[in-house]
Design a protein around this ligand. Structure first.
Ligand SMILES: [Zn+2]
Length: 409
């Protein structure tokens, strides 16, 4: 008999596993509403384990049975599908960027429920005071009676989630800023600090391109490998291998700000010249746009509007940026061979038709199937608001039953 015709018997269902509840919640997140039997098949958990975890998750307000039931379900034969309950809990977050702070609330599916932006004040101490002062009002106005599970605080550069510290963010000029410690007195919410590149990588895994990465991976039962590249005022990468975020020593993985850009002589604050961040950052592009008389002020919105309106030199500047990013993208593809590389960057966000410029330039430098692999952020202009809440949501989806402990504490 040809080998291909020998059917592999399905493995017997696993009665339970330590992350069983998380697996049930994740299945509902990916495919909900789903019947318990489907969840059992997808997770490999026994039907009894699925039912038990579903009950636990429903008690915590994380899962619900969305469909109206014509009659009470028969005991012992629950067939009503389960879905993530997005009506009970929210994640709060604040994203700290060079021009502004973005406060956000996201639901358990990572959808932005509310966001407010305010200009950033100068020093780290003033920013932290500002966050502490504004957060209660924002939550009161926007949470609408839903429970808030935690506060995410994210920014660019080298961020250490364990200590809750910004180790270095050169665009802000911050070094060793203890975000979590400073905000502890401002809120009773658990505080999750992370870099926005990693936060968005987690959001892509949970709510965005993760499905596509898994399909590309095509390795049964395995999460895909995904690289997230953030290009704004900072340039950072985040690397996910087999569904797990690579953190590196002192959470420093993905710091590619000082990769050399071929042909660039732009001076970098690090003392070298031609570094990636110094060459392609929003600030560098806007300085050029102002110097060339394309926009009157260094505002990203003005440059994007000019390019969208067909302003030739604005479009040239946008294309140039993508060409300058291309060598770093090609390097990441060659080094890591990911199933997907997701780019969060203003030009491809506002002018998706220019993605082809990046594809072409990257394809000239690598043999990887660039058009299949390189795609823009799943979250569009709301990416920073999603990033802010993502560390809270990632924690909940990773260990949902911790909520029970937190409640009883
Ligand atoms: Zn440098």
């Amino acid at each position: 008999m040809p080998l291909a015709l020998i059917a592999t018997p399905a493995p017997p269902p696993v009665p339970d596993r330590p992350d069983g509840a998380a697996a049930v919640l994740r299945a509902a997140l990916r495919g909900g509403p789903l019947a318990r039997t489907t969840i059992s098949r997808e997770t490999g958990l026994s039907p009894a384990a699925v039912s038990r975890h579903a009950a636990e998750l429903m008690a915590l307000g994380l899962l619900h049975e969305p469909r109206e039931q014509p009659s009470p379900p028969r005991p012992g034969r629950p067939r009503i599908p389960l879905d993530v309950d997005t009506g009970r809990h929210l994640a709060a977050g604040v994203h700290i960027a060079v021009p502004q702070l973005t406060f956000s609330l996201t639901d358990l599916r990572g959808r932005v429920v509310a966001q407010e932006r305010v200009p950033r004040v100068a020093t780290p101490a003033a920013v932290l005071q500002d966050i502490a002062a504004r957060l209660p009002g924002f939550l009161r106005r926007s949470a609408g009676g839903r429970s808030v599970l935690g506060l995410g605080v994210v920014t660019g550069g080298w961020v250490d989630p364990e200590t809750g510290t910004v180790v270095e963010n050169t665009a802000l000029g911050w070094r060793d800023v203890p975000l979590r410690q400073s905000l502890l007195s401002a809120t009773r919410l658990p505080i999750h600090v992370d870099s926005h590149a990693r936060a968005l990588a987690q959001a892509e895994l949970l709510f965005g391109a993760g499905q596509q990465a898994r399909r590309h991976a095509g390795r049964l039962g395995q999460e895909g490998d995904l690289v997230h590249l953030f290009v704004g005022n900072v340039v950072d990468a985040a690397i996910v291998a087999g569904g797990v975020l690579l953190r590196g020593r002192r959470n420093g993985a993905g710091g590619i700000a000082h990769l050399p850009v071929p042909g660039s002589s732009t001076a970098c604050p690090c003392g070298a010249s031609g570094c990636l961040q110094a060459t392609v950052s929003d600030r560098a592009v806007l300085e050029r746009a102002v110097a060339d008389g394309i926009v009157p002020r260094p505002e990203l919105g003005l440059l994007m509007a000019a390019a969208a309106a067909g302003h030739g030199r604005a479009l040239d500047l946008c294309r140039t940026r993508l060409r300058l990013i291309a060598p770093a993208v090609a390097l990441l593809l060659d080094m890591l061979s990911p199933d997907l590389l997701v780019l969060t960057e203003a030009v491809t966000l506002h002018l998706p038709e220019l993605l082809g410029v990046l594809h072409e330039e990257v394809a000239a430098r690598t043999r990887q199937p660039v058009e299949q692999i390189v795609r823009p952020s799943s979250f569009g202009p709301g990416a920073l608001a999603v990033a802010a809440g993502a560390p809270v949501l990632a924690a909940v989806h990773q260990d949902p039953l911790a909520l029970r402990t937190a409640r009883s504490a």
